[in-house]
Design a protein. Structure first.
Length: 101
């Protein structure tokens, strides 16, 4: 059986690649982007997804694109769902067969 790594939550990226290197606290970023501190805390701890609103705020604050944040979240969600349901879905769903005219 193949050992699979746990998908990295976008909150871990936020914490390790942005907050720590820039010496930002969760409270500071929450205050600066005008969201509740709890939102940032839940994201950092992997208990909350990055919403479109939060992606827009992170993008403006960190000079990144909103797509950077939504893509991190989407990739995480797909990897989690693949590990939970991928095998079952592959068994249940048969590919559509195209018929030549």
């Amino acid at each position: 059986m193949k050992n699979k790594l746990k998908p990295i939550h976008p909150g871990e990226i936020l914490n390790e690649e942005f907050l720590k290197p820039l010496a930002l606290t969760q409270y500071r970023i929450a205050k600066d982007i005008k969201v509740p501190a709890r939102r940032i805390n839940e994201i950092v701890h992997g208990n909350r997804a990055i919403s479109a609103d939060t992606a827009l705020r992170f993008a403006a604050y960190f000079n990144t694109s909103p797509a950077f944040w939504t893509n991190l979240q989407s990739r995480h969600d797909l990897l989690v769902e693949q590990s939970l349901s991928g095998a079952r879905i592959s068994r249940e769903v048969q590919p559509h067969q195209l018929v030549s005219a």
